[in-house]
Write a protein that binds this ligand. Structure first.
Ligand SMILES: [Zn+2]
Length: 263
């Protein structure tokens, strides 16, 4: 997945060692991933046979069933799971009952990752790129999840009708100038396409779509296994699958806190 990376101006302030390279801020805006509605009827989900477990590496960075959006120094970039994640919902243009679907999806992902999510209420803010912070000094913006369209949000602009949702995240961190980098996801927007008609819950629903997009918010990318909910085309399932949950576990509280030096 291509990603736009940029290095911000050095902060320099923390470094006093004469010969040491200056520490500087780093940041990256994720490339949004489209979630597609299948264009043809999907076949029933086949039972997958378990692979030889002896070859499974728990520390593997990627697997056919889950994948991370961004890897820095051998670790997936993720939120600091030891801090609450605040979020707001823009449901004015969504389906009736949409807010309950979003709340349930957030609660489910919070449970799977061991993270705490705090609902800050509904908002008229459109989930788009402009909302995301551009510097690490103003990153306390709640995640905005909501229904919008290609006229209001750049995330859905020029996208085919079969695209259900798009998520964009931004992470900020520090490069100590000596090859050590650490970063954390600090903001995200989730745009759900209000022009699509899906059931609220069940297979290929808004609930499944919200769970998929929240997987991106947490740092997951599309895996190769098309039966996982994180697959780029919405599979015929209603909730997170085994690989999705494994990936979420690896970006959650069980993986420890993320501490950015000087942040
Ligand atoms: Zn996706």
């Amino acid at each position: 997945m291509a990603a736009l990376a940029s290095v911000l101006a050095p902060t320099g302030a923390a470094s006093t060692a004469l010969a040491a390279p200056a520490a500087h801020s780093i940041m990256q805006l994720s490339e949004p991933d489209a979630l597609w509605l299948p264009t043809q009827p999907t076949s029933p989900v086949l039972a997958t046979t378990a692979g030889p477990t002896a070859t499974v590496k728990l520390a593997a960075l990627t697997s056919p069933s889950y994948r991370f959006s961004s890897i820095l120094d051998g670790q997936p970039v993720r939120w600091n799971p030891c801090q609450a994640i605040h979020w707001k919902a823009n449901v004015a243009r969504g389906p009736v009952g949409g807010l309950d679907v979003l709340k349930a999806a957030v609660a489910h992902v919070a449970y799977k990752t061991g993270t705490q999510w705090v609902f800050d209420g509904t908002t008229a803010t459109v989930p788009n790129t402009a909302y995301l912070p551009k510097t690490p000094t103003n990153t306390n913006k709640p995640v905005v999840i909501g229904w919008t369209d290609g006229t209001a949000s750049d995330l859905l602009r020029y996208k085919p009708a079969a695209v259900l949702g798009m998520t964009r995240t931004v992470w900020f961190g520090v490069d100590d100038g000596m090859g050590h980098r650490v970063a954390a996801t600090r903001a995200a927007v989730v745009a759900l396409d209000r022009t699509d008609r899906l059931p609220l819950r069940g297979v290929q629903s808004w609930s499944a779509t919200a769970l998929h997009e929240l997987g991106h918010v947490m740092g997951l990318d599309h895996p190769a296994d098309t039966h996982q909910l994180m697959a780029s085309t919405l599979p015929n399932v209603s909730t997170l699958q085994t690989g999705d949950n494994t990936g979420l576990g690896r970006v959650g509280k069980a993986a420890g806190c993320v501490v950015i030096p000087g942040a």
